[in-house]
Design a protein around this ligand. Sequence first.
Ligand code: AP5
Length: 219
Amino acid sequence: MRIVLFGPPGAGKGTQAHRLADRMDLALIATGDIFRANVANDTDLGREANSYMDKGELVPDDVVVRMVLDRLDEEDAHHGFILDGFPRTLPQAQALENELAERNRPLSAVLKFSVPDEVAVKRLAGRRTCRRCQRSYNVEFKPPRTDRVCDVCGGELYQRDDDHEDTVRHRLEVYHHDTEPLEFYFWERGLFRQVEAEGTEDEVTDRALEAISDLLEDG
Ligand code: AP5
């Protein structure tokens, strides 16, 4: 199974990506997480990506596409994957489609998690992220059992630099302008379902699983 998750910042893509990858035993490939790991390790890729991420801009397509296609070559991704945060532009979507067609492994489903912008802003203001496993918490909606410690791996929780309100609002603009139009691209291919992303995490996971099985039945 090869699944793409997209939606605005704060929609809960990362949260659901972890849940679905665990449930369905799929590799989890999250472009934002890969960039942040490179920033933490001060690599060339990390320095380049950070100059865009800091401002809430998209990293250039050629950089992201190369990175994702390399990642898809890794053994775990051969058995199926969840892509969180990729593709985000038409050139990225086309590059992915062409690559998967060459490998005879087309996408199975594209899910858009939808929440109103104001909900996203509120969620991101309270988000805390695990430095080690990148899981998301929230001071209001999902506090960790121990202050600033990840429930799952014990890593330290921190606030992302791009979660400040001005940057979040800019990321939302970029999303509406560059990424939201991909809906039509995937809808035309019969791969698209919208998932209402308000409610509890369990409710959203159930809706996502239902959307995936709908698409598989239709396909
Ligand atoms: P990335 O890390 O992908 O950020 P994003 O897409 O903006 O998404 P977020 O991580 O902010 O939100 P999310 O939807 O994953 O929400 P989460 O589950 O954490 O990208 C960062 C940057 O990297 C980009 O700006 C760009 O610069 C660059 N980049 C990445 N990919 C790129 C690409 N393909 N091309 C170019 N550049 C790229 O949840 C958010 C909060 O809500 C958490 O606190 C969580 O606990 C809470 N929450 C989750 N679900 C619920 C619920 N049901 N109810 C209440 N609260 C909830």
